[in-house]
Design a protein around this ligand. Structure first.
Ligand code: MG
Length: 458
């Protein structure tokens, strides 16, 4: 799927259905996971994609063949399935989802008994079983059983409600618009919000694996319907989820769409007010805004590589309670250390209710940054050398090389220069207190990069 001896990408196993990811492949992956878990009990569930039930049945057959027992949870948001693993104390879960990818894709995500996805070391173990044909089938009298596991979504909703002030939220009679991407986001969040006393209007809430209205990636450019609906019905809040409902992007009462690191910074601010000196985990791609808030409210930022699995693993290692990503991933460790769209929604409402302020005001009070992006072509084989040279040239600046190179400047501007994992390009993300400065940074560092690339080509 991803080339020689590689099953897992940055987001688990992904591929185009019936081309890269066939039912045969799913059975074999089931066999492999079953062998890895050594006949444990695993939860299986899936997202709203047209291919998900087919692939789930294939994975279940593969797991049962190795003696693994399956608790079949059916269609559910990914974070609800992750929560179920902890709640039912199973050995792990196999989740059929391709998250925000286009409809022709699907994927297989495997989580450990704590609900967190595998580390790279565990992935390699699984890849070795898969590619070296080390699958162990059970004897005919030890084949695993499959039982239905009802109530996963009910338990998940109850768990989220424990972390917010239900009475205070209910008092405010909020009106919330939910854009569920025609996927599993419609199964938990609208119910959760109604149980919290909100009036709920839904759009794109019928399950349809062709994703007819918008792509399952909640980017500001495809959330216009949500923004317009919030305005039209005079709602207090709008929220859009990705295809498996672990990411959430918010719209304020004025119809303005906010990117994830802003809402993360708001959650961080209120979390640190109650829990000063806690660690906040976030990828190096997040805005300096997140650091500003930590500095002001006494928290400690732990920067990580880009990728939700790294954030979860780092939170677990450091026992950190809050993590976040600019793409709308919020990790609330007191609930679970994985991205959770419905949990994030409840937390935002909790802050609105406790402060009595509108979301536009709460977000407007945060420090402001202007963001500019750029890209430069670079042959894949040169990427590593380019990074080495660039790091060398920048060594006297305040830099981090956790993932690409990030430079922080005295005037609070910053730039991240990072090779793309999928395309022959370098990406640049600059932020600054003025638009001009952000643009200038992108231009300046694009030139620097280009010079290095050209010198290595000749
Ligand atoms: Mg997702």
């Amino acid at each position: 799927m991803l080339g020689l001896r590689r099953l897992f990408g940055t987001n688990g196993i992904r591929g185009v259905v019936n081309k890269e990811l066939t039912p045969e492949m799913a059975i074999k992956i089931g066999n492999t996971m079953g062998t890895f878990f050594q006949h444990g009990n695993l939860i299986v569930g899936y997202d709203a994609r047209t291919s998900s039930p087919m692939l789930a049945r294939a994975v279940i057959a593969g797991l049962n063949a190795t003696g693994c027992n399956v608790l079949f949870a059916g269609m559910a948001p990914t974070p609800a399935l992750q929560y179920a693993v902890k709640n039912h104390e199973t050995n792990g879960a196999v989740i059929i989802t391709a998250s925000h990818n286009p409809p022709e894709y699907n994927g297989i995500k495997v989580v450990w008994s704590d609900g967190i996805e595998f580390s790279r070391e565990q992935e390699i173990e699984i890849e070795n079983i898969f590619f070296d044909e080390k699958v162990r089938y059970a004897e005919w009298n030890n084949i695993g059983a499959t039982h239905d596991l009802p109530g996963v979504i009910d338990d998940y909703i109850e768990a989220i409600k424990k972390h917010v002030d239900n009475a205070e939220i209910a008092k405010k009679h909020y009106h919330v618009v939910v854009d569920a991407a025609n996927s599993v986001g419609s199964l938990a969040a609208p119910r959760l919000l109604r149980e919290l006393g909100c009036k709920v209007t839904t759009i794109n809430a019928n399950i349809d694996g062709t994703f007819p209205r918008r792509t399952p990636e909640p980017r500001p450019e495809n959330l216009e319907d949500l923004a317009l609906t919030v305005k039209a019905v005079d709602a207090d809040l709008g929220v859009a989820y990705d295809g498996d409902a672990d990411r959430s992007i918010f719209v304020d009462e004025q119809g303005e769409i906010h990117w994830g690191d802003k809402t993360f910074a708001l959650l961080e601010k209120h979390f640190l007010k109650d829990n000063p000196s806690e660690k906040i985990v976030t990828p190096v791609s997040s805005s300096t805004l997140v650091k500003d808030i930590a500095d002001t409210y006494g928290g400690e930022i732990v920067w990580t590589k880009v990728g939700s699995i790294t954030v979860s693993q780092t939170m677990k290692k450091l026992n950190a309670k809050l993590g976040g990503e600019e793409n709308g991933g919020i990790f609330y460790g007191l609930h679970q250390s994985v991205r959770d769209g419905a949990m994030a929604t409840a937390l935002i409402l909790d802050i609105m209710a406790k402060t009595g302020e509108k979301l536009s005001k709460l977000l407007g009070e945060l420090p402001k940054y202007f963001i500019e992006k750029g890209k430069i072509e670079c042959p894949n084989e040169l990427k590593e050398k380019v990074l080495e040279k660039l790091t060398e040239q920048l060594s006297r600046l305040n830099i981090s090389t956790i993932d690409g190179v990030k430079i922080w400047f005295e005037d609070k501007s910053a730039i991240l220069i990072r090779p793309s994992g999928t395309e022959p390009i370098y990406r640049l993300y600059a932020e600054a207190k003025t638009e001009e400065k952000a643009l200038k940074l992108v231009r300046e560092y694009s030139l620097k990069l280009k010079k290095i690339i050209d010198s290595l080509k000749s």
